[in-house]
Design a protein around this ligand. Structure first.
Ligand code: ZN
Length: 374
């Protein structure tokens, strides 16, 4: 079996495809739920699968600190450890070192930092990130890179991007030849078109199995992100998957796919599920709102997830207010189900050449807003 990406159809810039791995196929456009600490919070792995997810994302930074990559390897690898036998993508740890760790020191070699858990000192470099992701057993490995927060000076973005490109070369060398596993490069360059192109050229010269668009969804806003996505995917090879990291809200996801993105990940559906924020076809519903207290209707009558099939808004409101665990479980399930339903809807629309009509319907339903209170 060949490991890799095949584009099956295209409608405008939107692409339908499949990533084949020894652990199964990933249908694209794909949304990857985030399993930060070897779990998608509040969900059993089989439930995550039931929502339609083909692949999960694991966080190198979290797993290297706790329980430790060597321990996971001794216990048979991340798939076995967390009971998810399908594909897993791991990030490089770079982004979270920058956002979570204390006392960071960035050099050409890599980043030294203190754990946010116990203050212990660690080092991440292209070489150590490749080794940790190998120990975890990740199917799709990400290059170690630096992601500057926006807004930033053009000079700082250029300097950071060129460092990431040198790290990409070292990541490629350290990854070596590993049949059945893929290594993705990460494009940087902020909102500067020429820097994005320079970054893409550098990555293509090294050669990767897939290409991520990094450094977006870091505070620039949707309009600026879409402006960048109007050109950035076009700098990348046609025949390789394109992954937009850390995105996003339902309308971000649809806009990204429309512009030629194949894969995305975000904590939003699971994190929001724990804070009472629900994503539906008709926009966002805040379940803690008093209007739901006596409402016997489901969140979304057209949704087939367990939260909508078997529970009322009144019950979901009650268990959220009472801080019962089932609240996070049901709302996370619904949110993940809805995100996967969006992906399935887009895949079907691209296959049939009706993406524009699907997108118009998506926006029209959202514009209606939530069902009126009783
Ligand atoms: Zn539902």
């Amino acid at each position: 079996m060949t490991t890799g990406f095949e584009k099956l159809a295209q409608d405008g810039a939107a692409r339908l495809g499949v990533i084949r791995t020894p652990r199964g196929e990933v249908r694209t456009p794909a949304f990857m739920p985030v399993g930060t600490a070897a779990t998608v919070k509040a969900m059993l792995p089989e439930s995550v699968r039931e929502t339609g997810a083909d692949i999960l994302l694991g966080n190198t930074y979290h797993l290297m600190l706790r329980p430790g990559a060597e321990r996971v390897a001794r216990l048979g690898g991340l798939h076995k450890f967390m009971n998810w036998e399908r594909p897993i993508l791991t990030d490089s740890g770079g982004f979270q070192v920058m956002s979570l760790a204390g006392l960071r020191k960035l050099t050409e070699e890599g980043v030294t930092f203190k754990s946010h858990i116990d203050g212990s000192k660690h080092m991440l470099s292209p070489e150590s990130s490749m080794e940790i992701q190998r120990l975890l057993g990740s199917d799709i490995v990400m290059c170690f890179d630096e992601c500057p927060a926006l807004p930033a000076e053009r000079e700082a973005i250029a300097r950071s991007m060129r460092l990431s490109m040198r790290w990409a070369e070292r990541s490629r060398a350290a990854f070596g030849v590993r049949p059945g596993h893929m290594l993705f490069g990460i494009m940087q360059g902020g909102l500067e078109r020429d820097l994005r192109e320079e970054s893409a050229e550098a990555l293509k010269a090294i050669g990767f199995d897939g290409y991520a668009i990094g450094g977006l969804a870091v505070g620039e806003g949707q309009a600026a992100m879409f402006d960048c996505l109007d050109y950035a995917p076009g700098f990348l090879p046609e025949d390789k998957p394109r992954y937009l990291m850390g995105v996003g809200k339902p309308d971000d996801i649809v806009g990204a796919v429309k512009r030629g993105v194949d894969m995305m990940d975000c904590v939003l559906p699971s994190r929001s599920g724990r804070t009472g924020q629900v994503f539906t076809r008709r926009g966002v519903v805040n379940i803690k709102n008093a209007r739901h207290a006596d409402d016997p209707r489901p969140l979304d009558e057209a949704c087939s997830c367990p939260a909508c099939r078997s529970y009322s808004r009144a019950y979901l409101h009650h268990v959220f207010r009472a801080q019962e665990m089932i609240s996070g479980m049901l709302l996370t399930w619904h949110n993940l189900h809805y995100f996967q339903e969006i992906m399935q809807g887009m895949r079907a629309a691209i296959a049939e050449g009706r993406f524009a009509a699907w997108e118009a319907m998506f926006h029209a339903q959202r514009a209606e807003g939530d069902i009126p209170p009783l």
